[in-house]
Write a protein that binds this ligand. Structure first.
Ligand SMILES: Cc1cc2nc3c(=O)[nH]c(=O)nc-3n(C[C@H](O)[C@H](O)[C@H](O)COP(=O)(O)O)c2cc1C
Length: 386
């Protein structure tokens, strides 16, 4: 914070531009651009919101930051408030994280008592709000709706929250890890952060390794290591008695990678090229006993359950997708159903309002692409003779 106090709001944003930090919540948008938009708008009221909804299965680094080092998040949010001229902040904390919420409330109280939130030239206060227990409330516009007391439904963008967010005021919504990275960047300089990682992905990434590996855990890596590095060097290889089958990265909307793709470097560009996402850094390893048809059905059913219902492709498409996969699973599916899934997937990708519907087809389509025989072997006898 001392570094931030010595810099003007414009100089803070400039330091972030140099750092080339991209948001760690999933969309990987350059942080400085959002801050600059909010900074340049004249408004008496602006907000800073930490997205602590952390809904991706197998991810928990936001929780560990909040429980283990809550002042780091507060500091990152304070720097943001100072840079854009915000007076109020909220931590939208996943309902299932009571210990993290407690730790944050305690730390906010201590910071208030020590006069760390206010200073002579600005005033700021922070509050922890419990999430609505819905995956889609992690999407920034649905989150802000929920924060205002309404149902968490996704809104069309633009306007982006940086221009018109909470109560229609400029609002920076960023992931916990994104805010927690800011104090180090200001203390060491943007150039220090930019010196780590790869061309399009600067700095480090917290990856959370889970599933059938020997040593699951949270690892902070410089961008550029391969998936194989993570699994072998940090995960210690496969758990006893299990053989590798696939790995999913980026939560329930992430693509599945087979063994042949393990040398892909962990960075935004390589993942975008492979049609995949890094998301919030969740890596889940599946072994040889995994039924890929059931896995694909599970993820489509997840989207059908969690869709906010605002747009038709996600609301209806996910239900139809789940039904097709259930048909295949019960031996009633035909070869046409596989084409139908692919067609449906392309429609959902192209026309959904947010990434929930837009990314939901990826685990299904990559499962079919890499493990076609598992799907074909379940088609009805009539269909396979055609
Ligand atoms: C369905 C859905 C769920 C999301 N869940 C989260 C979440 O749990 N945490 C998060 O930080 N971002 C989540 N996001 C991304 C947010 O919309 C937004 O991009 C992010 O909070 C911006 O922060 P960042 O710039 O630090 O990445 C989600 C997006 C979608 C479409």
């Amino acid at each position: 914070m001392a570094a931030a106090r010595s810099l003007s709001p414009e100089a803070i944003v400039e330091e972030l531009r140099i750092s080339r930090l991209r948001g760690r919540g999933g969309a990987a948008f350059p942080v400085w651009k959002k801050w600059q938009v909010a900074q340049r708008i004249r408004s008496e009221q602006k907000y800073v919101v930490a997205n602590a909804d952390e809904g991706d299965a197998g991810t928990y680094c936001d929780r560990m930051i909040m429980e283990g080092d809550p002042f780091r998040l507060i500091e990152g949010m304070l720097v943001c408030a100072r840079a854009i001229g915000a007076t109020r902040g909220y931590i939208y904390c996943r309902y299932e994280y009571p210990a993290a919420a407690r730790a944050m409330r305690f730390a906010i109280q201590k910071a208030r008592e020590a006069d760390l939130l206010d200073s002579d030239d600005y005033s700021f206060d922070l509050e922890v709000v419990s999430g609505a227990g819905s995956y889609v409330c992690g999407e920034e516009t649905a989150l802000l709706e929920s924060l205002e007391g309404r149902r968490g439904v996704v809104l069309a963008k633009p306007p982006y929250p940086a221009e018109s967010g909470l109560y229609g005021k400029p609002t920076i919504v960023s992931n916990v890890l994104t805010f927690a990275t800011i104090p180090n960047i200001l203390a060491n300089g943007g150039a220090w952060h930019a010196s780590l990682g790869t061309e399009g992905s600067r700095g480090t990434m917290a990856v959370q390794l889970g599933g059938r590996v020997k040593q699951p855990g949270l690892i902070e890596i410089p961008f550029g290591l391969t998936l194989r590095d993570i699994l072998d060097r940090f995960g210690g290889g496969m758990a006893a008695g299990s053989r590798f089958k696939a790995v999913q990265i980026g939560g329930p909307l992430g693509s599945l990678f087979p063994e042949s793709q393990l040398d892909i470097p962990i960075c935004y560009d390589a993942f975008a090229e492979a049609g995949a996402i890094l998301g919030h850094g969740g890596i889940v390893v599946y072994d040889h006993e995994t039924d890929m048809v059931e896995l694909a059905r599970h993820f489509m059913a997840f989207t059908a359950d969690e869709s906010c219902g605002k747009c038709t492709p996600c609301r209806i498409g996910s239900v139809r997708g789940r039904e097709i996969l259930e048909r295949i699973q019960s031996g009633q599916g035909t070869a046409e159903d596989l084409f139908l899934l692919s067609d449906l997937g392309e429609t959902m990708k192209a026309t959904s309002l947010c990434a929930l519907g837009g990314r939901a087809p990826y685990p299904v389509l990559t499962a079919i692409e890499h493990f076609p025989n598992e799907f074909r072997s379940k088609l009805s006898a009539f269909s396979s003779q055609q």
